[in-house]
Ligand binder design. Structure first.
Ligand SMILES: Nc1ccn([C@@H]2O[C@H](COP(=O)(O)OP(=O)(O)OP(=O)(O)O)[C@@H](O)[C@H]2O)c(=O)n1
Length: 420
């Protein structure tokens, strides 16, 4: 085990030279944990513990490599150096010894240190044994209480590593669940973000909900809300072969998050979009994310009935915009869960709409403008007013219905509308 750990953690793989570090200096945290598991990381997020002058060490490295420098915590003396492909955090050792520092951490598997100068592993809490057994074991109940975000980290890391939470730790987490209330919403949101965004996160998010950890995060979530999470994963799997990649990409490009994340968040918040909006604002979600969740909540129940007129479809696409993929995802989830509809049948219902959405030349989903409002006002000699907007909408619908195709025809169409 040892030589492979040294190979993964070798300073040649770091963004800076070993000589920059004082002796002793220790690597800790996720990089060491993952190296012992034999996992190479794509992105290096290195954590170092330095007995003294940690911030000065970080500053010197940042200067030497012209990397970014961020003082993360002046009091506890923690600084980050940001390289193009990696970050390195330098923290002053807590207490008089490395062992004391390791005893203040969250879980035994995260309390293993590696001395890069001697290639020695320091494991006073038997974290390596827990790694081998795939167990998340708290260092102590007091440590979980000290920073209750650690309660949520347990679920996130269990999902990410495919581990289980050791029973005593699990009971302590349940008993301390209400303490999560004292943690800043942004920090909890980050941990939950991972659980929302991937299918591996679903069982752990459900466990977190059942263990009372989401009581303060999503006040209105119920057991039924947790059942919907798995249905969203099923829906994504149903859509995946034919449309999945493209639909996902749209959401990633525009809302800057995953469609699973938005759809699952929609399952956890109140089903009334107005109440959901307030909840999400409190949780400090971005405007784009809030709009995505509330729009999806509002539109997905109507989706099945929207297969009739071009007009209805036009308004659906206008309102959904870049959130349309999430609307479909929730509609398919609802079909499989509530109506026990087969994936194939559900897909058949929405395929025409999805195909329109994915076709950039489809005028119902992606209307082009035959005339501008200004041109219309000039041609018809009318003042600026909401009427102009209404006429433009009717022109777009008529174009989508194939009734008109040129600017002249559009103006004539509008003239007739005004006269009637
Ligand atoms: N609330 C926290 C956050 C971090 N840590 C300690 O600080 C290390 C580094 O934290 P971080 O970089 O946030 O997480 P990692 O464990 O490195 O792993 P991941 O990439 O999975 O977040 C952790 O391993 C753990 O020892 C802790 O005890 N309590």
């Amino acid at each position: 085990m040892h030589s492979s750990v040294s190979a993964i953690l070798a300073p040649q793989n770091w963004p800076f030279s070993l000589e920059c570090l004082p002796k002793p200096a220790y690597m800790v945290g996720g990089a060491v944990r993952d190296a012992i598991l034999g996992r190479n990381r794509e992105y290096w997020d290195l954590d170092f513990v330095i007995p003294s002058d940690a911030v000065q060490v970080a500053r010197a490295i940042a200067k030497r490599y012209q990397a970014g420098f961020v003082l993360l915590d002046a009091e506890r003396k923690i600084a980050r150096v940001v390289f193009p492909q990696a970050t390195a955090d330098f923290a002053q050792q807590e207490g008089n010894s490395l062992e004391t520092d390791l005893h203040r951490r969250d879980f035994t598997i995260n309390a293993i240190a590696y001395n890069p100068h001697t290639q020695e592993i320091i494991d006073p809490l038997q974290g390596c044994a827990d790694l081998q057994q795939g167990l998340l074991r708290m260092v102590s109940p007091a440590n979980l209480k000290d920073d209750p975000l650690r309660l949520m980290r347990a679920y996130r890391q269990a999902a990410q590593l495919n581990f289980t939470i050791e029973p005593n730790t699990q009971n302590t987490i349940r008993a301390l669940a209400s303490h999560l209330n004292t943690v800043a919403a942004e920090r909890v949101r980050t941990e939950i973000g991972y659980l929302l965004a991937s299918p591996q996160g679903t069982p752990w998010l459900t466990n977190a909900g059942k263990d009372g950890l989401l009581l303060y995060f999503c006040k209105n979530a119920t057991t039924a809300s947790f059942d919907k999470l798995a249905a969203v994963d099923t829906a994504a799997a149903i859509l995946a072969p034919q449309f999945g990649a493209e639909l996902q990409q749209y959401v990633r490009d525009t809302v800057k998050t995953t469609w699973l994340g938005i759809a699952k968040l929609a399952c956890l918040v109140d089903s009334n979009p107005e109440v959901a909006e307030l909840e999400l604002q409190e949780l400090t979600y971005s405007r784009a994310e809030i709009r995505a969740v509330t729009t999806a909540l509002k539109l997905f129940p109507q989706l099945k009935s929207i297969d009739k007129s071009i007009r209805e479809q036009y308004f659906l696409f206008q309102e959904a915009g870049n959130v349309f993929p999430v609307v479909v995802l929730l509609a398919v989830a609802q079909d499989t869960l509530v109506e026990a509809m087969s994936g194939d049948k559900s897909l058949l219902v929405y395929s025409p709409l999805i195909s329109r959405y994915l076709n950039p030349d489809d005028l119902v989903a992606h209307p082009t403008q035959l005339v501008s409002g200004k041109e219309l006002m000039l041609a018809l000699n009318i003042p600026a007013s909401p009427v102009v907007g209404e006429l433009l909408t009717e022109i777009a619908i008529a174009q989508a219905e194939g009734k008109i195709a040129t600017a002249t025809a559009a103006i004539e169409f509008a003239r007739k509308m005004l006269e009637s």
